[in-house]
Design a protein around this ligand. Structure first.
Ligand code: F6R
Length: 359
């Protein structure tokens, strides 16, 4: 049941405030204490290894920034199909985390089995609680996103991010590291901020018409927004079949800048954070070469850097650590509306399956 929406994807994008509310309800008490299972003990491990495929892999990449910055823990992130064959040495002080919406992805399950008996603990971040990955994990952290029907993952991604952030906060607490200001109570703001971001839909619909005729599109982000550039590009290519690449802004001059011309739109994800100036300077290099820039930022960022861009999408102001969760919304909306403008099959893109149980 699409609940009045044209596609399951539209429904699932719109459901995110409610889905994340459910996730918060599960992992945050009414007095804002983190309520992750007691077995999760970040004092007996000294590193985290996160493994997943596709969108789940990008959620883990954001998790790496959070664990490193907030909990000061080293984190390794890999795609399951590489990890499982690399035979990486594993210390028994490793927490191994496997993120999978379906809980059935063959490569992720094989990577889990590789880590089983080697790592201190196997944690499954899954949406489907009766799944193989859930069954074979020591600790299951359900996403509570609700059923995700659309092939392209949306609400499972933002719920994964929410839990990874809560885990990083818990790890910091257990290891005696002060939490970033406002945390964890600021997490409560996520549903409302997503709701506000969803109001940008009309503007994004209009700008997506311009994107639909492009052959290539580049996404740029830096720091914790870099994985969002990767996710934006993945979502866009799977839904609209337009070739899209996500790059770390700082990598632009090491190759991709050669692609820049006025027919290649560049979407820049840049909230006004500590790295903002750096990203904007990369954006200006694009503009100096005739590139057409869509800047996704907040009001302050728009005031400072909006001039000369072909479009600015102004997001609500968000606490720093929450930016990756919020900036997922315009990334999803851009992909969805570009696909609508192109007339592709949004919920069931060609060649793709919701659950990839073959290698
Ligand atoms: C992208 C997408 C895929 C999945 C990937 C992993 O929108 O949906 O990239 O994220 O196939 O699937 P799960 O999370 O079920 O292991």
């Amino acid at each position: 049941d699409k609940d009045g929406h044209k596609h399951f994807m539209a429904k699932e994008i719109a459901e995110q405030p409610v889905a994340i509310d459910r996730t918060l309800h599960a992992y945050l008490s009414e007095t804002d204490d983190i309520t992750l299972p007691d077995e999760l003990d970040f004092t007996k491990i000294d590193r985290v290894t996160m493994v997943a495929c596709g969108t789940g892999h990008y959620a883990c990449l954001v998790g790496k920034y959070w664990f490193e910055q907030i909990a000061k823990m080293p984190v390794e992130v890999d795609v399951a199909s590489e990890f499982r064959y690399r035979e990486p040495p594993v210390s028994d002080r490793t927490l191994a985390l496997f993120a999978s919406q379906s809980g059935e992805t063959a490569d992720t399950l094989a990577a889990l089995r590789y880590m089983s008996g080697k790592a201190d603990q196997i944690v499954g971040l899954v949406n489907v609680s009766e799944s193989s990955i859930a069954r074979e994990s020591d600790v299951i952290l359900p996403l509570y996103a609700g059923p995700e029907i659309s092939v392209a993952s949306t609400k499972a991604f933002t719920c994964q991010l929410t839990i990874l952030l809560i885990m990083a906060l818990k790890a910091a607490q257990q290891r005696g590291i002060p939490l970033p200001e406002g945390m964890p109570s600021d997490l409560r703001a996520i549903p409302g901020l997503i709701h506000q971001s969803l109001m940008l839909e009309e503007q994004i619909t209009a700008s997506s018409r311009g994107l639909a005729t492009a052959r290539d599109i580049i996404f740029l982000g830096r720091g914790q927004l870099y994985p969002l550039a990767l996710e934006g590009a993945l979502k866009l290519k799977e839904l609209s079949y337009i070739h899209a690449e996500g790059y770390a802004s700082g990598e632009l001059k090491h190759g991709p800048i050669a692609l820049i011309e006025d027919t290649v739109p560049v979407i820049v994800l840049a909230p006004r954070d500590a790295l903002f100036e750096k990203t904007i300077s990369n954006m200006q290099e694009v503009m100096a070469r005739g590139g057409r820039v869509v800047l996704i930022t907040d009001a302050e960022g728009a005031r400072i850097a909006g001039e000369g861009t072909s479009e600015v999408i102004t997001m609500p102001q968000v606490p720093n650590a929450l930016a990756p969760i919020l900036y997922a919304i315009p990334a999803q909306l851009v992909a969805y509306h570009t696909a609508i403008a192109k007339g592709t099959d949004v919920d069931q893109p060609r060649n793709l399956a919701k659950s990839v149980t073959v290698e």
